[in-house]
Design a binder for this molecule. Structure first.
Ligand code: DGY
Length: 323
């Protein structure tokens, strides 16, 4: 029996690419070139499975291409807001993702950004490199304490909980969270976490606000000018979720006017073409979507896609179903 044909849109870690080639008739992207909508349409027509990732847009006008051979989109990543899920479902496509394996590395990046923003890490690095450091003095680059401060988490899924553990048990931070329903009592007890009834309550009481909700139409510009105004002038906003959860222009205005102290961002609207306004702001710490970027995590993500494809082609069901 011939092996299922699988199309991989971007370069994956070598060990998972090797495994893909053993298990499937796999077509890889050795040069890692970003592909066009037409190339995705043609892949949907030619392969049994297509495996996109966060930087590959699959809107309705790609997914509805006629004469599809593809039956499954094995997404390399947990977030799937780059895929029009309703259309995928209507087109009879199965979509799987990779939850669980990128929790700790993404929470680590959220903590990295929190520390960078609080302690002006990126700004300090720029000053040293520009030879603008003229020696230690008692009032140079004063910043914000992290230990003992209050961390407010919007969304309280796996990644938020992992960040809460690191922040509470590592840095003695007080944890607040907002999610529509109360979290597991054992978890809340372990973290001594308190639930805020509203996002507004969380914004007004937190020293650091970290975003952990999914992207998509329901959360677009959840953090807008009005909500930014509720944050303390000493507070920092951390975003490792999705760029469009925050209104970039409103955040740039708040950082420029210093109505909030700083922001640590790993994700942006319209990646990788982030709003130019961020680039000149010393109080914005900017990373290039590194949340899951460790070799172990990216390998585990690839392994999870493979496990989903194997389950789909052998048993007709996936392990991590989106639709
Ligand atoms: C995901 O999996 O959704 C991440 O954003 C990739 O790091």
């Amino acid at each position: 029996m011939s092996k299922p044909s699988v199309f991989i849109t971007r370069k994956w870690p070598a060990s998972v690419e090797a495994k893909l080639q053993i298990l499937f008739d796999a077509t890889l992207n050795a040069t890692d070139r970003p592909l066009s909508a037409d190339e995705f349409r043609s892949a949907l027509q030619q392969y049994d499975a297509v495996c996109p990732t966060v930087c590959d847009a699959f809107p309705a006008d790609v997914l509805t291409v006629p004469n599809k051979r593809c039956k499954i989109l094995g997404n390399f990543g947990v977030g799937f807001n780059h895929i029009d899920i309703q259309t995928a479902k209507a087109e009879g496509l199965t979509v799987s993702n990779t939850p669980g394996v990128l929790t700790e590395s993404t929470a680590d990046i959220a903590m990295t950004l929190l520390l960078m923003s609080a302690r002006r890490g990126a700004e300090g690095d720029r000053i040293v490199r520009a030879k603008q450091w003229h020696g230690w003095c008692p009032t140079h680059m004063l910043s914000t304490d992290v230990t003992g401060a209050t961390l407010g988490l919007i969304g309280f899924g796996r990644i938020a909980q992992a960040m809460a553990r690191k922040a509470h048990h590592g840095f003695g931070m007080k944890i607040l969270y907002f999610k529509p329903t109360p979290a597991d009592p054992a978890l809340v007890h372990n973290l001594q976490a308190e639930r805020c009834e509203t996002i507004e309550e969380l914004l007004t009481t937190s020293d650091f606000v970290s975003l952990h909700c999914p992207g998509g139409p329901d959360t677009k510009h959840l953090i807008n000018a009005e909500r930014l105004k509720l944050m303390k002038p000493s507070a920092h906003l951390i975003n490792t979720a999705r760029g469009d959860v925050v209104d970039s222009q409103a955040l740039i205005a708040a950082l420029t006017a210093r109505t909030i102290c700083g922001a640590g961002l790993d994700v942006y609207e319209n990646e990788p073409h982030l709003h130019e306004g961020f680039l000149g702001l010393d109080n914005a710490s900017l990373l290039p979507h590194l949340g899951s970027a460790t070799l172990n995590t990216r390998t585990a993500m690839g392994e999870k896609v493979i496990a989903n494809l194997v389950a789909f082609f052998e048993q007709g069901e996936v392990l991590d179903r989106v639709v």
